[in-house]
Write a protein that binds this ligand. Structure first.
Ligand SMILES: [Mn+2]
Length: 430
């Protein structure tokens, strides 16, 4: 006999995936919540673990609460227990639901910001959960500093549940020092807060971010879903991924060097997308939408034409494949370089085209020159102005702006230089 635990976090009930048609139910996180509940019942799961940010309090709050509650009731009927901790998004909502007395199968751990242990028993098998919940929206201390191992029974497998940011000391969302996961009587740590699935440690003990079970944006590419823990005993815990997200985002590069006409470009893009989807076909069961960001690469004699031809792909492309997955395109970036006999010669000229060619070469060859240095500096300055401007404060406080690396900034500049040079060459004013 073994115990089966399905674990997930960061569902953000109330939210919807971006770039999915408005009327498609698969776009909402509520759809994935129902899928998780049904999968747990069908697969004979003993316990469902939730690691916080299950409810997105800013969005469609009441709808979210309703489906969470009815899911809990379905799990109760199937004799499945729920153990959870609250995150920075649901620090006030989860205690409310757990405390309303409707579902005695649902347990919230550490609701007052203090570590708490609860033991689960079923047919002679036991597992204990120890967890800490966000008591307020922000937490600047590492909760692991107050961890108390004495609370635990050292003979029972122990699972640690926690929501926070690993190894980001300045984080306002419970900065967790990864060294503090070690040397504690814990057999596996399951974390929340980061949407990208990540294995921080394979063993000794395993430390996992299951990630969001439902992909919400192109920033969360790849396969998403809960993880399954099979517990034989303290030293034998197997962990595997269960892909359940109905939405998947991917980035793809397509070489258009040999597509000089619009029709040829369309064929190249279409077959590029289908080929990529076919390599993933085994993972697309249950994926309703596969949404691509395309980067067109290679060389082209007329970048301006290329940009014009690429534009309609975003709205027009919608292809269903054998798994009933719809392939769509969110964005097409033209990263192709102008086809030039000799860009080095052009770079010797002091004309605008020459300056652009020089800049393109400098970025491509990872060189630096004064002009590029100034461009990078001014790009960063302007970016900073945008993200600190009052208009975007609301977005900024949710952490939706990242700082850009030098490499990323240069890619933006390279893209613009290619575009401008293509434009200039189209006008034939070298
Ligand atoms: Mn969070």
């Amino acid at each position: 006999m073994s115990l089966k635990i399905l674990a997930t976090g960061d569902l953000h009930l109330g939210k919807k995936s971006s770039s999915v048609p408005e009327n498609a139910e698969e776009g909402s996180t509520k759809f994935t919540w129902n899928r998780i509940v049904d999968w747990s019942i069908k697969s004979g799961i003993d316990i469902l673990v939730l690691t916080g940010d299950i409810v997105d309090q800013d969005n469609r709050y009441f709808e979210a609460i309703g489906s969470l509650q009815s899911g809990f009731e379905k799990l109760k009927k199937a004799d499945i227990a729920v153990y959870m901790v609250a995150g920075n998004h649901d620090y006030n909502v989860l205690p409310q639901i757990a405390g309303n007395g409707k579902c005695n199968n649902v347990h919230l751990l550490g609701s007052n910001g203090e570590w708490e242990v609860k033991i689960f028993s079923k047919k002679g098998e036991q597992v204990q959960f120890v967890g800490w919940s966000f008591p307020k929206q922000f937490e600047t201390n590492d909760p692991l500093l107050n961890f108390n191992g004495k609370l635990l029974d050292h003979n029972i497998p122990a699972i640690g549940l926690l929501h926070g940011d690993v190894d980001i000391p300045e984080s306002k969302y419970a900065p967790l020092d990864s060294g503090r996961f070690l040397n504690k009587p814990i057999d596996a740590w399951i974390l929340g807060h980061i949407h990208k699935p990540q294995v921080l440690r394979e063993s000794g003990p395993p430390v996992w971010y299951p990630g969001s079970p439902h992909s919400l944006s192109s920033k969360e590419p790849g396969v998403h879903g809960p993880i399954l823990l099979t517990i034989e005993n303290k030293d034998d815990i197997k962990i595997s991924k269960i892909p359940l997200s109905p939405v998947r985002y991917e980035k793809i590069s397509i070489d258009i060097t040999n597509s000089s006409e619009e029709e040829g470009l369309r064929d190249t893009v279409t077959s590029g997308l289908l080929n990529d989807a076919n390599t993933k076909i085994d993972e697309l069961e249950g994926v309703a939408f596969l949404i691509y960001d395309i980067s067109l690469e290679g060389e082209h004699s007329n970048i301006k034409d290329l940009e014009r031809w690429a534009l309609p792909i975003v709205d027009a492309y919608d292809q269903e494949i054998e798994t009933e997955t719809r392939l769509t395109v969110r964005k097409v970036l033209v990263n192709a370089k102008p086809k030039l006999e000799n860009i080095e010669n052009l770079a010797k000229l002091s004309t605008p085209a020459g300056v652009l060619a020089k800049t393109i070469l400098a970025i491509r060859n990872e060189d630096s020159n004064e002009f590029l240095y100034k461009l990078v500096k001014s790009w960063k300055l302007n970016y900073r102005k945008i993200i600190t401007s009052g208009t975007y404060q609301a977005l900024n406080s949710t952490g939706r702006f990242d700082d850009k690396t030098e490499l990323e900034v240069k890619q933006y500049i390279l893209h613009e230089c290619n575009h401008l040079l293509g434009e200039l060459l189209g006008q034939k004013t070298l």
